[in-house]
Design a binder for this molecule. Sequence first.
Ligand code: GLU
Length: 471
Amino acid sequence: MTIRTRFAPSPTGFLHIGGARTALFSWAYARRHGGKFILRIEDTDLERSTEVSVAAILEGMQWLGLDWDEGPFFQMQRLGRYAEVAEQLIAAGHAYRCWMSREELEILRKEQTEKGLKPRYDGRWRPERAKAAGLVPPERAPVIRFRTLEDGDIGWHDLVKGPISFQNRELDDLVLLRADGVPTYNFGVVVDDLDMDITQVIRGDDHVNNTPRQLHIFRALAEEKKIPAFAHLPMILGADGERLSKRHGAVSVMQYREEGFLPEALVNYLARLGWSHGDSEVFPVKQLLEWFDFKHVSRSPAKFDPEKALWMNQQYLKNTDPGLLAKLTEEVLNKTKVDIKNGPPLDRVVSLLKDRANTLQSLAEAARLFYVYEEPAAKNLAELLNDRTRPALQMLAAKLADTPWERKSLGAAVSEVLKASGLKMPELAMPVRLLVTGRTQTPSLDAVLELLGRETVLARLARHQSVNQTG
Ligand code: GLU
């Protein structure tokens, strides 16, 4: 049997961390077993669904590399099919038309609540009851309800959570099709999962309560062997134990891109949210596709830790080829109008900086100093240029005029000046940094000098020296 899984987002917002993790596991399971991964857009919530969200979800999946084999299918393009299946269920006695109005339902719920009962539809339009009660269909479009068994229970063996069951009397006769012909979530999902031959339904465990209802519909429509297995994934919580939301920082996948995450790093981090393979933390997606199974999906909620996500990104930045990293960093620099033609080759710059950056943003920010010269602050100049440092700076400038321009010799030149002047390393390095880069904090001085080049370094040392001497 070919494994067929699906991701079925509702397009009511961007692709968020939780959705992306569900999509990842569903995709990984299909890929691991040589199966198919299907994308289905559940756009039946007409008020909240938008095309912008559809585009955002597709973009997020593409960025993460979660490619789908079939779809995207849109539920709103399948209304005819839902109507057809609803009729089939009516004909078989599994469903019926119900004309109860919203107001009537409201009154019923109120009465039930007052009696201390759980508010639920009472099945009054089940044909035999309606007939006995002499109910006459009014002049308005009915909804179609499912006739849920009233006794016994219904359960399944969840691939993550193990056996789960519900008592049928907890469930009422749910609406399948609204009066306007739009299916409810529980109906659309079953028709589609059957039509699309889904073998494993993989989704968040906020849907556990829907599964018994869906199972009843499945059973009314298909033989047992066509009914998919279910894997309900644990929720993702913020550090405070609350369900992950905007309060916890970035929840949109594309925001991670904005913030300078590599998609491979985010995928790796998502893979570890509620699933593990021994102690493995950093592993490529190829590895996930060999390892992924439900046995190692945790039953308890996962915690989203932004610090750990950054750490993961750092591991990937470190291991990215400098040429590629330079390209990605250049895109970020271009956005802030930094022109890399004004400085050393960017791949050499990122090689120097990448071990300390945890986002492309921080890498670009660090790289900026090689391309944009910021005038040293007067306060810093006053503090760092004095009678002790100025002669040493001049001595250094003189040496640098004919030192071979590579890191080791530059370091040696600095050491010689320290020795001759009696200054300590920071006493010399700080004013050099300030004059040459405008900043007081930079990576290792010899490396910075090497990358900036002799001409730039000497010009900047000389310029500020003379400004300060005359001014
Ligand atoms: N549209 C549902 C959601 O976004 C899909 C649930 C499912 O996978 O069955 O939560």
